[in-house]
Design a protein around this ligand. Structure first.
Ligand code: ADP
Ligand code: MG
Length: 551
């Protein structure tokens, strides 16, 4: 199908599509729209993430919903609040020129009274998360007696999240003769079961080669020891200063930890997971969408279905158990003809998993060497120079320039450049000075070609000294002294040893920033160490220690 004109959608809807700049239907849209408009049948639509499923069901849903009849005719269920808002926004755009069509978004974590009021005013299409929909049914605020179609979007994810019973309850509240349209990126056995239970002779429309990743995504992996994963992550981020990406973790706990560590280490990162309040999640998503946040650390569930453009990298900090999930993750990048990179940071035992994914992708996943400190420094340096070269000089600086010129008069051009570069760059250089090589050179099962070992100093890096990071049984302390005050790991340990005279205290990761330091100590010595440091004076500073409780 070359044009939406062939779909028989009404002119107002076509106008809306045109305004959005959609030129022709995507394959899933081309397949489903005619079927959904012309047949009163149940449909299962399967297509991978990013293929335009929302319009595939949304356009026919708007077409079939009669705006002269102020009743809920279409009910769309989806797993998360973010998706609910996104679908609603999409539908509103599609229906931009359709007169008097009311679409309500109902989701948990938001004021239910406002949603009840909106429903009372009357609406034609309701987009909701299962829990809130049930709540509203119970409160008799949502009447589903006139529903003609129920659409289950991201059905596989709703099942993963345990919404099956809720869906049961909701479907029971809708008329028997309704249609069910089920859309999903994957077809796990549970979906087949649902379709058997609820759907009548559904037509299954699957588009594209199943289970393969987007065409223009490049897949790469880094092989490191498990203890070096975080350090490798940082290097990958440092090597890509303009990265705009999602870092996928397996659990909420891991998501929190990685985000917390990245933030502490000065990265523009934040976490998205189920333990956050709705307001917090909205805030994080808003910052990410508007590019104020560079790195979103997320669980699969929290990031599911969220459509953000221009993502440059997907980082699998932990590989998912299910290889299909890898494909979804990587499908978040490389959209709309742009290229994207999907990165996995793995340890030796995970190489098998990677092979399974490769088979599914029908693409090679290329092994890349973890960048060395030297490479990162070069990259950052030239990035800085690029910025200096390209920056727009604004007129507002003019009044200050004369004084500044005078002040810097004694430096010649070369010296001046050296000074400017050093201001920004010393910290990086310092950080990566003597950084160890994180690559593993013995490859056992991998079929990709090993690369030559680069000569780097193999001395210990500050951020790994003296024990490995994130160990169980460690607690974190933050103190208000750092590099600027002359603190070094050995000094810190020395002070604590002096004051406590306890040789059993173990230290984990010690990270010394300019003005503060965060370090790990054995959990059972947390109080003792905090007491030992609180109130002492170091380089004229009154030291205080605070414990960084895991949120
Ligand atoms: P899915 O639900 O399959 O993951 P979405 O419905 O979220 O995918 O669509 C992914 C992106 O593609 C969205 O940004 C959407 O606006 C865009 N899109 C959808 N259909 C078209 C089309 N026909 N032409 C161009 N862009 C489209
Ligand atoms: Mg979708």
């Amino acid at each position: 199908m070359e044009s939406f004109l062939e779909t028989n959608l009404s002119p107002e809807i076509l106008e809306g599509i045109k305004k959005l700049g959609f030129e022709k239907p995507t394959p899933i849209q081309a397949e489903t729209i005619p079927v959904l408009i012309n047949n009163r049948t149940d449909v299962i639509g399967l297509a991978q993430t990013g293929t335009g499923k929302t319009a595939a069901f949304g356009l026919p849903a708007i077409e079939l919903t009669d705006s002269n009849l102020l009743q809920v005719q279409t009910l769309i269920l989806c797993p998360t609040r973010e998706l609910c808002l996104q679908i609603t926004r999409d539908l509103e755009n599609f229906a931009y020129y359709v007169k008097d069509l009311n679409i309500a978004a109902v989701y948990g974590g938001a004021n239910i009274v406002a949603q009840i009021q909106q429903l009372k005013r009357g609406c034609h299409i309701v987009v909701g998360t299962p829990g809130r929909v049930i709540d509203l049914i119970k409160r008799k605020a949502l009447n589903l007696a006139s529903v003609e179609r129920v659409i289950l979007d991201e059905a596989d994810e709703m099942l993963n999240m345990g919404f099956i019973e809720d869906i049961d309850t909701i479907l029971a509240a809708t008329p028997a003769q309704k249609q069910i349209w089920l859309f999903s990126a994957t077809m796990p056995p549970e979906i087949a079961r649902i379709s058997q239970k609820y759907m009548k002779n559904p037509i299954e429309i699957a588009v594209g080669r199943k289970n393969t990743g987007a065409e223009n995504v490049q897949h790469e992996y880094y092989l490191v020891h498990a203890k070096d994963k975080y350090a490798a992550l940082k290097r990958i981020c440092d090597m890509n200063p303009d990265i705009y990406g999602i870092i996928f973790c397996r659990t909420r706990q891991e998501t929190k930890e990685i985000a917390e560590n990245l933030i502490n280490d000065g990265y523009n990162a934040d976490a998205l997971h189920g333990d956050l309040s709705q307001a917090q999640r909205d805030q994080v998503m808003l910052r990410f969408r508007t590019h104020h946040l560079q790195l979103l650390v997320a669980t699969d569930v929290a990031a599911r279905g969220i459509d953000v453009e221009n993502i440059t990298h997907i980082i699998n900090y932990s590989l998912p158990d299910d290889p299909e999930v890898y494909i979804h993750r990587s499908g978040r990048t490389g959209r709309a003809g742009r290229s994207g990179i999907s990165i996995s940071i793995i340890h030796s035992k995970e190489q098998g998993k990677l092979r399974t994914i490769e088979n599914m992708l029908k693409k090679n996943i290329l092994r890349k060497p973890v960048p060395t400190g030297k490479q990162i420094c070069e990259k950052q340096l030239f990035n800085l120079i690029d910025k200096v070269e390209k920056v727009t000089v604004i007129p507002e600086v003019a009044p200050y320039l004369e004084v500044i010129y005078k002040k810097l008069q004694w430096l010649d051009r070369d010296e001046l450049i050296q000074h400017f570069v050093s201001v920004e760059f010393n910290r990086f250089l310092e950080y990566y000075k003597n950084a160890p090589d994180l690559n593993i050179y013995k490859e056992s099962t991998s079929k990709s070609t090993p690369y030559k070992k680069e000569k780097t100093q193999n001395s210990r890096n500050l951020d790994q000294q003296p024990a490995r990071s994130g160990k169980k049984g460690y607690a974190k302390l933050k103190i208000n002294i750092g590099k600027n005050h002359g603190l070094k790991p050995t000094k810190l340990i020395g002070i604590i040893n002096d004051r406590t005279r306890n040789r059993d205290i173990h230290f984990g990761k010690i990270e010394i920033d300019d003005k503060f330091t965060i370090f790990e100590v054995s959990q059972n010595h947390l109080e003792e160490v905090a007491n030992a440091l609180n109130g002492i004076t170091f380089s004229g500073i009154n030291v205080y220690a605070e414990s960084l409780k895991k949120k």
